[in-house]
Design a protein around this ligand. Structure first.
Ligand SMILES: Nc1ncnc2c1ncn2[C@@H]1O[C@H](COP(=O)(O)OP(=O)(O)OP(=O)(O)O)[C@@H](O)[C@H]1O
Ligand SMILES: [Mg+2]
Length: 585
C-alpha cells in the first residue's frame, strides 16, 4: 500500500482518469481564464489612451472609437469570466461526482478488515468534506489563484513598460505588505482552525444526541443535553467573535494601506513627473486602476494559498482511498469450492491486530449436514470464528479447509454463495421487502420469495402491510421488529437455497412465541442443511450434533448437550442461569 510520501506525478497519474473525459472542458476553461486575465489589463490602458491622446488632440471620432473599444472589452471580459466559471465549475462538479461514486464503489470492495480501523461516521464525513474541497479546487479556487497570478504578472509587465522607476519603487512595498499580511493571516488562521474543531465537536454531539433521542427522553436528560450543547456553542461563539474582531481589524488596516496610502504614494511619485512632462496622466490612471484591482486578490492571496494546500491534502486523501487493495486483490484464490464432506479448522490462531490473539489453537470440524453450535461468554471469539468461515479474514496460524482445500486458495465469491448468513446485527437494504429477500437478484422468482416467506410464517405480517411484499423498508429496517428482521433474513437464506446456514443469534431478547417460531422454522426449513449457529438461547442448541464451548478464544469443552452437562462446569452454569431465567445471555 502506498503509505509514504508520493511524488506529484504519482497523484497526477491517479487524477488523470477523472479528467480524461473532460479534457475539452479543462482546456476551454483555462483558455477563457487566460483571456479574461489579459482583458482585465486592457481597459485601463484604453482609458489612458483617451486621456493621453484623444482629449489633448480633441479628436472626437478617435475618442468614440476608444469608447466603444472600452465597452467592448468590458463586455467580452464579463462574458468570458462567466464562461470560465461555468466551464470550470462544471468540470469540478463532474470530477467530484465521479470521485464520490468511485470512492464508494471502491470502499464496497475493500476487505472487511479495513473497516475495523475506520470509524464509519468519520470516514463518511471526511469523504464528504474532502470532496467539497476538491470541487472548489477545480472551480473557484483555480479560477481565483491562477487567474490572479496571471493578472499580477500582466500588471507587473505593463507597469514596467509604462514607468519602470515608479514600478520598481512601488512593487517591493507591495510585496512587503503582502508578506506582513500573510504572517498576520497565519496567526488568524489558528483561530479559524479552533472554530472548525469546535464546530466538529458540536456536530458530533448533535448527531449522537439525535440518534439517542429516545434514551435521552426516557432518562429525562433533555435539560442536561441542552445545557451541554449550550456550553459547547458558547465556547465556539467566543472564539468566533474574537476571531472576527481581529480578522476585520487587520483587513481594514490593510484596505486602508492599499486603497489610500498606495494611491497617495503613486500620485506623489508620478505627479512631479507629469508636470515635468516625462510621464502622462494616463499612466497615473493605469497605476491607480491596477492598484484598486489588485487589493482584493492580494488580501485573499494567503487565504487562497492555504485553501489550496488543504484542497491538495484532501485530493491526495481521496486519491489514496481509490488505490487501497480491494478484496479481489487481497483474496486471490481461484479454486472452485465444493462442499461434500466437511469444513475443518486445524490449530487456527487468529488476531485482528498484530499479536492480539482472539482465537488460539482452535480445531474442530463441521461435517456436511450436521448442526454445530458455538456457545460461550461475550468476546470469546464466536463471531470471529464465523467471519473466518465466511473468508472475511485470513488466519495467521493453522488452516481452514473445505473438503481438504484451504479456504485461502478458493474463489471467495463462489464460496460465499454457498453460505446463507444471518448475522447478529441484521442488515436490511433500504428498499422493498421482496428485494431484501432476493437481494436484487431477478433470477429468483417472486413465487419463490413468497414461498420462503410462508415457510418462515411471515405471511400474516406481510399481508398486514399496505403494499405486501413491495412495502419499502425504512432506514435500517426501522419499521420492522427485531424478530421480523431475523425471519426476513431466514427467508433470504431459504430463497437462495444456501448449502450452509450460518446464524449469529442476536442477544436482544425476542418474545417466546417468536423464539419458538424461529426454532420451528430452523428445523423445518433448514433440516438436512449444514447449520452453524452461534447461540445465546440454549434452546437453539439442545439438538445440535456438537456444541463447542468457547472461552477466551479457545474451545474449552465440546460435545452434545447431554455430554456437556456432565463434562463441563461452565456449560452447566450457563444452562442453570438460563433455566432460572436470570439473563437472556
Ligand atoms: N473487528 C474487530 N477488530 C478488532 N477486534 C475485534 C473485532 N471484532 C471483535 N474483536 C475482538 O475479538 C474478541 C472476540 O470477539 P467476537 O466478536 O468474536 O466475540 P463473540 O464471542 O462473538 O462475543 P458476543 O457473544 O458478545 O457476540 C473480542 O475481544 C473483541 O473485542
Ligand atoms: Mg458475537
Amino acid at each position: 500500500m502506498p503509505e509514504q510520501k508520493q511524488k506529484l506525478s504519482y497523484y497526477l497519474r491517479l487524477l488523470y482518469p477523472f479528467i480524461k473525459k473532460d479534457k475539452g472542458l479543462l482546456f476551454f476553461g483555462l483558455f477563457a481564464m487566460l483571456v479574461t486575465s489579459a482583458l482585465r489589463l486592457v481597459d485601463p490602458l484604453i482609458l489612458a489612451l483617451i486621456i493621453d491622446q484623444s482629449i489633448p488632440n480633441q479628436n472626437m471620432t478617435e475618442m468614440l472609437r476608444y469608447g466603444f473599444m472600452f465597452i467592448g472589452v468590458v463586455l467580452v471580459s464579463g462574458l468570458l469570466s462567466y464562461l470560465q466559471i461555468v466551464l470550470l465549475s462544471r468540470l469540478g462538479i463532474k470530477i467530484i461526482t465521479k470521485f464520490k461514486g468511485d470512492v464508494f464503489s471502491h470502499l464496497l470492495k475493500l476487505p472487511v478488515g479495513w473497516f475495523n480501523k475506520q470509524p464509519v461516521g468519520e470516514l463518511i464525513a471526511r469523504v464528504e468534506s474532502d470532496s467539497e474541497r476538491v470541487k472548489v479546487l477545480f472551480s473557484d479556487l483555480s479560477i481565483t489563484i491562477v487567474g490572479n497570478l496571471l493578472f499580477f504578472v500582466g500588471v507587473f509587465i505593463v507597469l514596467l513598460i509604462r514607468d519602470a522607476t515608479t514600478t520598481l519603487l512601488i512593487m517591493p512595498i507591495i510585496v512587503i505588505s503582502i508578506v506582513v499580511y500573510s504572517y498576520l493571516f497565519k496567526y488568524i488562521s489558528k483561530f479559524f482552525k479552533q472554530i472548525r474543531e469546535k464546530y466538529a465537536i458540536i456536530s458530533a454531539k448533535i448527531t449522537d444526541y439525535v440518534q439517542g433521542m429516545q434514551m435521552i427522553q426516557a432518562l429525562n436528560q433533555e435539560k442536561r443535553v441542552i445545557e451541554d450543547l449550550r456550553v459547547a456553542s458558547k465556547d465556539k461563539q467566543h472564539v468566533e467573535i474574537r476571531t472576527s474582531f481581529i480578522e476585520y481589524g487587520v483587513q481594514s488596516v490593510f484596505m486602508f494601506v492599499f486603497n489610500v496610502l498606495f494611491v497617495v504614494l503613486v500620485i506623489m511619485i508620478t505627479a512631479p513627473k507629469i508636470i515635468a512632462g516625462v510621464a502622462t496622466l494616463g499612466t497615473l490612471i493605469v497605476f491607480i486602476q491596477y492598484i484598486y484591482r489588485m487589493v482584493w486578490p492580494l488580501m485573499h492571496l494567503s487565504e487562497n494559498v492555504m485553501q489550496m494546500q488543504r484542497s491538495f491534502v484532501s485530493l491526495k486523501r481521496i486519491l489514496e482511498l481509490t488505490t487501497l487493495q480491494t478484496e479481489d486483490e487481497t483474496f486471490t484464490g481461484t479454486v472452485e469450492p465444493s462442499f461434500d464432506r466437511e469444513i475443518r479448522f486445524e490449530n487456527v490462531s487468529f488476531a485482528y491486530e498484530a499479536e492480539d490473539w482472539v482465537l488460539q489453537d482452535v480445531s474442530f470440524s463441521i461435517p456436511k449436514g450436521k448442526k454445530i453450535a458455538l456457545v460461550g461468554p461475550s468476546g470469546s471469539g464466536k463471531s470471529t470464528t464465523i467471519s473466518l468461515i465466511c473468508g472475511f479474514y485470513h488466519v495467521q496460524k493453522g488452516s481452514i479447509t473445505v473438503d481438504g482445500v484451504p479456504i485461502r486458495t478458493m474463489n471467495f465469491r463462489a464460496w460465499r454463495k454457498k453460505i446463507g448468513l444471518i448475522l447478529q446485527d441484521i442488515f436490511l437494504f433500504p428498499g422493498p421487502i421482496l428485494e431484501n429477500v432476493r437481494v436484487y437478484n431477478d433470477s429468483v422468482d417472486p413465487r419463490i420469495v413468497q414461498e420462503a416467506i410462508s415457510v418462515v410464517q411471515l405471511d400474516e405480517f406481510i399481508k398486514s402491510l399496505p403494499e405486501g411484499l413491495d412495502t419499502e423498508l425504512a432506514e435500517r429496517g426501522q419499521n420492522v421488529s427485531q424478530g421480523e428482521k431475523q425471519l426476513i433474513s431466514f427467508a433470504r437464506a431459504l430463497a437462495f437455497d444456501s448449502e450452509i446456514i450460518i446464524m449469529d443469534e442476536a442477544t436482544a431478547s425476542i418474545d417466546p412465541q417468536t423464539e419458538a417460531r424461529i426454532q420451528r422454522t430452523m428445523n423445518r426449513a433448514f433440516g438436512g442443511k449444514t447449520i452453524i449457529i452461534v447461540a445465546h438461547r440454549l434452546t437453539s442448541v439442545l439438538d445440535a450434533d456438537e456444541i463447542l464451548y468457547f472461552s477466551g478464544g479457545r474451545i474449552t469443552a465440546r460435545g452434545t448437550h447431554q455430554e456437556l452437562m456432565k463434562s463441563s462446569e461452565d456449560y452447566r452454569k450457563l444452562v442453570e442461569l438460563q433455566m432460572l431465567g436470570g439473563s437472556d445471555e
